[in-house]
Design a protein around this ligand. Sequence first.
Ligand code: HEM
Ligand code: HEM
Length: 181
Amino acid sequence: MSTQPTHFALLARLLHWLMAIMIIAMLFIGAGMVTSVSERHEWLIHLHKPLGIAILALVIVRLLVRFTTRQPPLPADLPSWQVMAAKASHLLLYALMLVLPLLGWAMISASGEPVMLSTTLQLPAIVPADAQLFAILRKAHGYLAYLLFLTVLLHLAAALFHGWIRRDEVLDSMLRGRDRG
Ligand code: HEM
Ligand code: HEM
């Protein structure tokens, strides 16, 4: 029987950290967009749309990597509620990484505006133009973005709890892998 891996695959780790930076940036860019009424901050929305669609493309690659590579097991002595919390929160993170960009794309489609990623790159509309649908999608995108914010904060706290307090292998398995013992 093959031994359990001690760390996430290199590609999984690269995607995790690249996407962590992109997603945290997106949360601040999004919040900056809606809290600013100045025309001078238009550049934030021009950044938000292509970066969000890049996240959508990357999460698809990431899920393929997830299903074709092996993950290190959680520490055997971890209480079962923490195992469940880890699994549920990872599932929620994956779901939000997939759903949020789709909601953003659908929201602009429903507004009836062309979905422009740059001055020349246009995406097709994925839902028909409809003011009521636009209002629902806009609310859903906003609420779920803040749910992602909260989940990322809990995820960060859990990672630091493993790295600094429990001092187990979990944080290391996403950073650089462990020596096989
Ligand atoms: C992981 C990807 C994404 C994240 C984390 C994210 C996050 C956010 C956040 C935090 C806000 C502010 C919400 C509020 O306070 O109402 C926001 C607003 C917005 N997002 Fe995203 N977003 C993502 C993807 C996208 C994509 C792909 C698009 C479009 C192609 C998009 C279009 C918009 C628009 C138009 C708004 C302004 C909505 C309004 O005026 O209320 N987002 N986003
Ligand atoms: C802010 C800094 C972050 C740190 C320190 C961190 C740390 C970690 C660590 C240590 C793991 C491994 C957990 C395990 O072995 O089960 C992990 C997994 C994971 N992280 Fe993060 N993370 C961060 C940000 C993010 C962000 C922003 C996202 C996405 C929104 C994210 C999504 C995930 C997912 C989905 C997994 C599960 C991987 C899998 O089992 O497929 N992380 N993270």
